[in-house]
Design a protein around this ligand. Structure first.
Ligand code: DON
Length: 303
């Protein structure tokens, strides 16, 4: 398979979709990003890397961080995470409050905001320096071009009324143990992590490789745990668009409102796309199309 030729082809083909969506602006710092940016990177489990466009430029990974959050939570406490969060698609927007009331403060899954806040609360029980330890964890996954963007984190903390409401509501049901401000601070820092498509593709490879980082041979989580994270990405990685992503692309993946999407082809590769213009559900328009073209032309999907 000539991956480079395919990336070149996809790059040209998705350009006309520019202008159909909007860069996220509910976090003021994100509204400053140039919507024309576009990059793709893929890395195979054998260590081959291919890229095109703005693939080495760092951007705000936002909700893609929810996968690192869950992987670290599972690495530390294993199946105990499932006592406080479910594994069902929510069919609702990422920051929705509505299900929490009739489901008694237990979030549907770890990839909606409510679920990620609970996992963050679990991490706070075990990490003395959560922000430093989260970066160190992603570095262990072989991403070295990574940093927090403090302006983005503060921008989100100052405007994060819905996330605070979610955390407070779950605290009323004893599903948040730490102070809500402390949880929001750690969560918002995770969302503010900046990485490139190349770094994202490398750092998701352990999920394509049964929980082991291919380059170093280090086991991060068990093969079963990696399978489960992939399954939850497939069913819940795109909020109320998870069905459409599975239908169009057929791969486990995770999006963020920074315009990034990472997808995993088990046993083969991880691929990351960045294009900041989003559709009305908060997912990257050119990103989804690029991945649809990739899955279709390679014939690679989990189905
Ligand atoms: O909690 C928030 O609102 C954001 N920091 C993360 C949202 C996000 O990326 C949702 N994704 N598509």
């Amino acid at each position: 398979m000539n991956y480079q030729a395919l990336l070149d082809e996809i790059y040209t083909e998705v350009q006309p979709l520019f202008g159909q969506g909007h860069v996220a602006d509910y976090i003021p710092e994100l509204a400053k990003i140039d919507g024309r940016k576009f990059g793709i990177a893929l890395e195979t489990v054998e260590g081959e890397c291919f890229k095109i466009g703005d693939a080495t430029e760092r951007f705000s990974i936002q909700s893609i961080s929810k996968v690192f959050n869950l992987a670290l939570g599972i690495r530390i406490v294993g199946d105990q995470v499932w006592e406080r969060v479910g594994v069902e698609p929510s069919g609702n927007p990422f920051n929705s409050l509505v299900q929490l009331e009739y489901e008694k403060g237990i979030p549907r899954n770890p990839f909606i905001n409510a679920g990620a806040l609970v996992i963050t609360d679990i991490l706070l029980d075990h990490l003395d320096h959560p922000n430093e330890e989260m970066l160190a964890f992603v570095e262990k996954l072989r991403c070295l071009d990574i940093n927090y963007n403090e302006e983005v984190a503060q921008s989100e903390i100052q405007t994060g009324y819905t996330n605070l409401a979610l955390a407070n509501f779950m605290k009323a049901y004893q599903n948040i143990n730490h102070g809500v401000e402390q949880v929001l601070d750690a969560y918002s820092h995770q969302c503010s992590i900046e990485m490139s498509c190349v770094g994202l593709a490398k750092s998701f490879l352990f999920l394509a490789n049964g929980g082991i980082v291919p380059k170093t041979g280090e086991r991060i989580i068990t093969a079963i745990q990696a399978k489960r994270i992939n399954a939850i990405m497939l069913t819940c990685g795109f909020y109320d668009e998870a069905g459409a992503f599975a239908y169009l692309v057929g791969l486990p993946g995770k999006s963020g409102v920074g315009g990034g999407i990472v997808a995993v082809i088990p046993k083969k590769l991880a691929i990351a796309v960045w294009s900041p213009e989003l559709n009305e559900r908060g997912n990257s328009i050119r990103g989804i199309r690029a991945l649809e073209l990739f899955a279709t032309r390679t014939g690679m999907s989990v189905f």
